[in-house]
Design a protein around this ligand. Sequence first.
Ligand code: NAD
Length: 293
Amino acid sequence: MTTIAFIGLGNMGLPMAKNLIGAGHQVRGFDLSAESLEKLEAAGGTAASSAADAVSGAQVVVTMLPAGKHVRAVYDESVFPNAASGTLFIDCSTIDVDTARAVAADAAAKGFSMLDAPVSGGTGGAEAGTLTFMVGGDDAAFAKARPLLDVMGATVVHAGASGSGQAAKICNNMVLGISMIAVSEAFALADKLGLDRQKLFDISSKSSGQCWAMTSYCPVPGPVPTSPANRDYLPGFTAAMMLKDLDLAQQAADSAKATTPMGTKAAEFYAAFVEEGHGALDFSAVFKKLRGN
Ligand code: NAD
């Protein structure tokens, strides 16, 4: 049994923490939301009075926070000053690569090991314990974290040194953002050409247009019954979250001087979609914008 401080008990963090409790670990949780703390207690966890309180006495700290600035503040103000020596830090939030590397470097300078371990799989994966973890950090920290990551996820990949988990996450999601627009454009064009949607799916899903956005998450209702298009684009993965990840990819591309013209276009496209008030819809709802209804 490991004593784990879990900071950030939102849509993702709470079910992840519950799975750790279910596996027999002692979870001391903290979130700014009192409701989340009550839910953690109801699941058998301990509600801490602050992030600092959660960290005191913990062997492992897991964070699942909205963005880089929250991660920076929580580690600087609460984790670094209160963690016992030898405590392992695992940040599962999706944040910018530069902040992930900088916070891990600060942790190392203070004698702590830290991993960036963002996830894919959404709230369904968090509840089922089937998340995919993309992990950046050294081998020893990865080996120590692995049993806990295996509780929360089904696939755990050591992507490389510090920051590599975040790099993998934003590169993957840049592919997804671009390909969802491409697939949606194709279905919108097919409609205008009088081509049946199911026929396009039957052909494209078996030929060179095949991709996850087509075959697993099809943006038109019908061909893939489980896709959000069949429930009026209820998320799923919101357009606002896709925009966040595409913006992180652009930030990383700027920082690394990489050329990502399609990533830039996709970020602009999702920014306009969110600006128009559709941020809470599933990201595949861009089909409706392209179709013009
Ligand atoms: P969320 O907004 O539901 O949860 C974030 C939680 O952090 C909130 O409960 C908030 O109160 C808490 N918080 C913020 N600042 C805090 C602080 N200083 N101390 C303690 N708690 C604090 O978000 P989420 O959907 O759980 O996502 C969390 C992270 O996971 C994000 O980085 C997101 O990009 C990533 N992610 C989300 C999904 C998804 O489908 N929701 C999928 C993959 C990755």
